[in-house]
Design a protein around this ligand. Structure first.
Ligand code: ZN
Length: 161
């Protein structure tokens, strides 16, 4: 079966950035399972996998526009330390989930704490980066109607809602 919209795709992958650092990998775990055509994975990866079959193995470089977006300076804000109220230790690298202007959820990463100012970065940690995926397709199957309805894969016994 070829990968097309509405198929469940299982891949092993290793993600590296332009500096050759491994950012993420499915090595040592189960393959990643996702539904093609539902935005479960970044657009550039969906496009590269479209039409592939089980056993296909390749490497693809994806520009930021088709990965986690370009880096946006406007998403960086400094707020007073007091805005965090009771939270005692604010440190670079901490993440907070908050409501985005468009109503969705966004993750803010603390990029710097200096004196009484905390710098928050709303960019995805991989924004602005060109990413290379080494991918191997391990299985392809049709998604069930329930999976399509839910927008995610149901596998094994560990699925909870
Ligand atoms: Zn579900």
């Amino acid at each position: 079966m070829k990968i097309a919209n509405g198929t469940v795709v299982y891949i092993h992958y290793t993600l590296t950035n332009d500096a050759g650092q491994i950012m993420d990998s499915s090595e040592g775990t189960d393959p990643l399972a996702y539904i093609q055509g539902m935005g479960n994975v970044i657009p550039g990866l969906e496009r590269a996998l479209d039409g592939c079959v089980t056993g296909d193995k390749f490497s693809v470089s994806i520009d930021p526009e088709d990965a986690y977006g370009t880096f946006d300076e406007a998403l960086i804000h400094s707020v007073p330390r007091s805005a965090f109220g009771d939270i005692e230790a604010i440190e670079a690298g901490m993440r907070f989930q908050t409501r985005a202007p468009d109503g969705g959820m966004m993750v803010l990463t603390v990029s710097q704490v200096a004196n009484d100012l905390v710098t928050l970065d709303g960019n995805h940690p991989l924004a602005g980066q060109r990413l290379t995926f080494a991918v191997e397709v391990t299985a392809v199957r049709a998604a069930t109607p329930t999976e399509i309805e839910h927008g995610h894969v149901h596998d094994g016994d560990d699925h909870h809602h």
